[in-house]
Ligand binder design. Structure first.
Ligand code: SF4
Length: 238
């Protein structure tokens, strides 16, 4: 019998790679390389990257070329986002290599799937009832989206294994009750909870930010802007 042959690394299907500043959460303002993986198992009605979910589009990248491209950007922080990046098993090897090259890695996930990746910050964004696409495409995604969007066992595993933040996308006051239920069930400390207004224009985010900031003052939750929207609007690759 010959030696076992190591499995060849799988390509990663990527919708875009760009440099920007992190606009949300604990690392807001940090210049970063964003690697946006294509494909998602959810279909949020307000998804701001439909080119990874409702109408997915991506290109296959092999690991070597991807790492060289990231290194050429000359930044320390790498944000792996999506879509749902945890759907692609090649992410494990990518994050291994990034960690060994001393990059600081954030992974942005909805927390429905677990992969043993390397990450300095797991930015977990469980999706609330406000994300359910009741009427979009005749409602054909409703049942699947509803059954997948909240996976407490996966969330606990991510919280146990990584430094994390729990980021919730908020549309109105009713959403806060669902946030409280989830935070209680997961026993998440208030300072790991981040509230962010839903919106892709500065006016909507300003209006929602006004009352969300008051909620944070009263609960100890964190507030996050969407700084990239303030700076560039809802422009792709910014
Ligand atoms: S989880 Fe993210 S990428 Fe997927 S549909 Fe929802 S907002 Fe879009």
């Amino acid at each position: 019998m010959g030696d076992a042959v190591a499995a060849a690394p799988r390509p990663l299907n990527i919708s875009e790679i760009f440099t920007s500043i992190q606009g949300e959460g604990r690392h807001v303002g940090v210049p970063s390389v964003f690697v946006r993986l294509n494909g998602c198992n959810l279909r949020c009605v307000w998804c701001d990257t439909p080119y990874t979910s409702w109408k997915p589009e991506g290109t296959d990248w092999m690991l070597g070329g991807l790492l060289a491209h990231i290194r050429r950007q000359g930044l320390q922080h790498v944000v792996i986002t999506g879509g749902e990046p945890m759907l692609q098993e090649g992410l494990v090897l990518l994050t291994d290599r990034l960690a060994s090259m001393d990059f600081t890695v954030t992974i942005e996930t909805a927390g429905t799937v677990f992969l043993p990746v390397k990450a300095h910050l797991m930015s977990i964004s469980p999706k609330l009832a406000n994300s359910v696409p009741h009427r979009r495409e005749g409602g054909r995604w409703v049942v699947r989206h509803q059954s997948l969007r909240y996976q407490p066992e996966v969330l606990r595993k991510l919280m146990d294994n990584y430094d994390y933040q729990l980021k919730f996308v908020i549309m109105d006051q009713e959403d806060l009750q669902e946030v409280r239920q989830i935070v209680t069930e997961l026993e998440a400390p208030a300072d790991r909870v981040v509230l962010m207004g839903e919106g892709t224009d500065p006016g909507t985010l300003f209006e929602r930010g006004q009352w969300l900031a008051e909620v944070c003052k009263n609960t100890g939750y964190r507030y996050t802007p969407r700084l990239h929207i303030d700076l560039w609007g809802n422009e792709r690759g910014k």
